[in-house]
Structure formats: structure tokens, C-alpha cells
Design a protein around this ligand. Sequence first.
Ligand SMILES: NC(=O)N[C@H]1NC(=O)NC1=O
Ligand SMILES: [Zn+2]
Ligand SMILES: [Zn+2]
Length: 485
Amino acid sequence: MENLQWRLFPVLTLVASFLFLLYFRESSELSQSVCSLLPYDHYWMTGKRVVTPQGVISGAVEIKDGNIISIVKAEDWRKKSKTVPVIDYGEAVIMPGLIDVHSHLDDPGRVEWEGFPSGTRAAAAGGITTLIDMPLNSYPSTISTETLKLKIEAAKKNIYVDVGFWGGLVPENAFNATALEALLNAGALGLKSFMCPSGINDFPMTNASHIKEGLSVLARYKRPLLVHAEIQQDSESHLEVAHGKNDARSYSTYLKSRPPSWEEAAIKELLTITKDTRSGGPAEGAHLHIVHLSDASSSLDLIKEAKSNGDSITVETCPHYLAFSAEEIPDGDTRFKCAPPIRDGANREKLWEALMEGQIDMLSSDHSPTEPELKLLNDGDFLRAWGGISSLQLHGGVRGLPSLLHNIPRGTIAIGNHADIVVWEPEMEFDLNDDHPIYIKHPQISAYLGRRLSGKVLGTFVRGNLVYKEGGHAPAACGVPILAK
Ligand SMILES: NC(=O)N[C@H]1NC(=O)NC1=O
Ligand SMILES: [Zn+2]
Ligand SMILES: [Zn+2]
């Protein structure tokens, strides 16, 4: 746990591997002086540990008007004449801002759960510079052009980092290619669907036929389908729990109610569809991304095999599956309830291995907050409490690789790219107690509260604007909506 952030560091060196042709458009109406905690827009930052595609260097990065315009090694830097301000970060790590491809900010419609201002403040404080918002838990769900427009409206002037949007694939729109095309034309970066109940009534689950239809539309746009891969299986232990035979306050009861076979069944079904995405196949150009994998056994083996067969498929896991294990979750502590569930320590170690070996492509937060009342912390009833972990800002180095956002000039410190940068001290430890500023709307339901964490963010830069530094945020929220076109 202590070294969680540092252990994630090698993941940074992974590179995007597939081709999505997304472009973005953006506008920033506010002046730099309120968008940034720095009074200038042309400057250098220097440090001993700058993470570049060529490796970690001691050197300096020049930033002008939001972009990285030069990168020099320390020996060349010494010879340079310095005509603009220099920020020296010493031993701290200067690296690409994190990209979180899976967060629920619940705005509009359920801002009492989270909201764009609080959620993106937390993201910035956690080193995230780009966040992609999920189509559910807000109200209405983002399943049409009109509802996407509501999202974009809600985000305007309320986001501290740049935010893109997944659209929802639901039974209502799955067989309506025109509606899906309109949603994609309006800028949704891709679609997301569930193979089990989502926990939100107006976001119903899809079956294999819906998914097949959705994928065929997405193939033409070269945008991904993200799937929550669990299918309910009526196993003996699940039925036993369903019939109230186990203590609902015991974490093991919850774990029994959602065995790995649910993930395995869903992934098996998905792979019958993704074989068509192989080169020369009928769905070539489509891509399927499995969100929040928890089962590191059969489910992961199936994904590995599909990848080796050439299926266009990727998978993410989340920091909570790497940070926690079932054995240590206290009875009644529903802060840890999520779906799929956090499994045992042996599974956690296997997830770590798969991540380090690149079999798991990226990390995402799956920040899925709610109102504290719905977490039922007093009852501690794991079967009735809201399923979702609150983790934004505290997620331990979420690294959603830019692979789902191909062609957006983010994700690496390279000349010409946006200056989306996080500066942090991986070795710095701190206790996450009530004294620590936490920016999500309901810190008390965060799974990380009360833990000792390592890794302190010193500064977060979004397009050259210092939007967060220890102690606070820029006066104005100057993040921009990222829309595909
Ligand atoms: N609706 C929603 O956010 N569900 C999420 N929560 C969770 O723990 N897993 C999910 O898919
Ligand atoms: Zn999910
Ligand atoms: Zn989610």
C-alpha cells in the first residue's frame, strides 16, 4: 500500500498501441491570469526526474501558450540564456498528467453525489489532467445528442481539468444506428454499456445483440466500446446469499454474491463478438475495452488469449483492486463495496503482475461516488449499500494510458504536445486523515481515508495553466470539453 504510487510508475512507459482517429476541438474564453496560479504563460520547468518517451532525464521543459515547445537535457540547459521565468522542481518527478478514462461525476442531475466542480478539483489535486466522464449516474444518462448537450453545458466553466464524455449504449438506442451516429457526431468519444444491472434504473443492461450492433456503428468511427463485463450466474453460493442465508454485514457474503464466474461468463460472450474485429474480419476497425477487471484468473487468461489471436481488445483495472484485498475489508465497511468486488490477496498479486507485464493495458479510477446515506455506513449492509468506490484525488496514481484517446496530443512530454503535466514526489508519505484537504464532495466515503499513502502532488498543469498546487486551485475553472469529431 505504502508504495502504491511508486509501484505504478513503470506503467508510464507503456505506449498507446492502437489507432483511434479522434480529433478534438476546444475553446478557452477566460484569460490566463484567472486560469492559472502562475502569472505568466511562457516559462521553463526544470527537474532531476523528467519523464519523457526516451526515458527519465535530468533537464528542463519549455512551455509557451499551453504547449511544450522544447525539452533539453541538464548539460545543455546550463549553457542556455534564461529570458523567461524558471520553476525548479529539484528531485520531484515531472511527468505527463494522468488520464482517467473512467469516472462518474454525476453532473448534471445528481450533483449532490459529486459534480463537475468538486470532481475535477479532486482530479487536479490527484494529478489528473484529462478525465473521461461516464454516461451514467448523472441524470439524464448520456444516451442521445440532447443529453450529451446537457453534459457539455453543465461542464462549461465548471471543470478544472479537460473532460471528455462517453455515450451510453442501452437497449433503447442500440438498434437505432441513426441515433448512435448522431451521438457520435455530437462528440461522444465512444460508448459504454453494462452486461448486468448498472445500479441506475435509467441505464438498463445490454445483451450480446445490442453490443454487436453498437460495435458495428463504432467501427465506422474507429471509437471504442467500453463494457462492464459481469453476467449474473445463478450459482449455489449466489442463490444462498440471495435468499438471505448469510450475514449481510460480512464482506465475505458480498464476495460470494458476485463470484469471478460472472466476469468470466461476460468476457467469454464478448470474445465471441470481438473475433470479428481481427484484421480482415467483418467488424474490423471496432475496438472493445473491458472496464475494471477484478478477476485475475480465468477472465484475464481469456483476454490474453483473445489479444494473441489479434482481437482488438484492451482491459483496465482500478487502483482499489491493487490497493486492497478482501481479507482486510472490515465487516460493515461498505466504503469498499464495488462491482466487480475486491477479491483476495492472491488475486491482487496476480493483477499487479499482469499490470507490470502489460497484459492489463491501463488503470482507471472508476470513481463512483454517491451520497453518504446510500452507503448505509451505519447498517453496514453490503447487499443493499451503493456499489461504487470513491477514490478520485486519492487513487494512487491512476494511469489511464492515452491509448483510448489516440491522436489527441496528450499523454507524453514531447514537443508540440499540450503541457499537461503533473509534478509530484512519489516517496513523500502522509496520513490521509481529516486534516488533509480532500476535494471530492463526500470525503467520508472515500475508501482511502485513514490510510497512510505515499506520493504527494506538488503541481498540476493543464495546457500550461497551473490549475492546482499544494493548498489550492486556480481561481477559475478553465478546463475544456473534449469532443470527438
Ligand atoms: N453505476 C455505477 O457507477 N456502477 C459502478 N459502481 C461499481 O462499483 N461498479 C460499477 O460499475
Ligand atoms: Zn462498471
Ligand atoms: Zn464505472
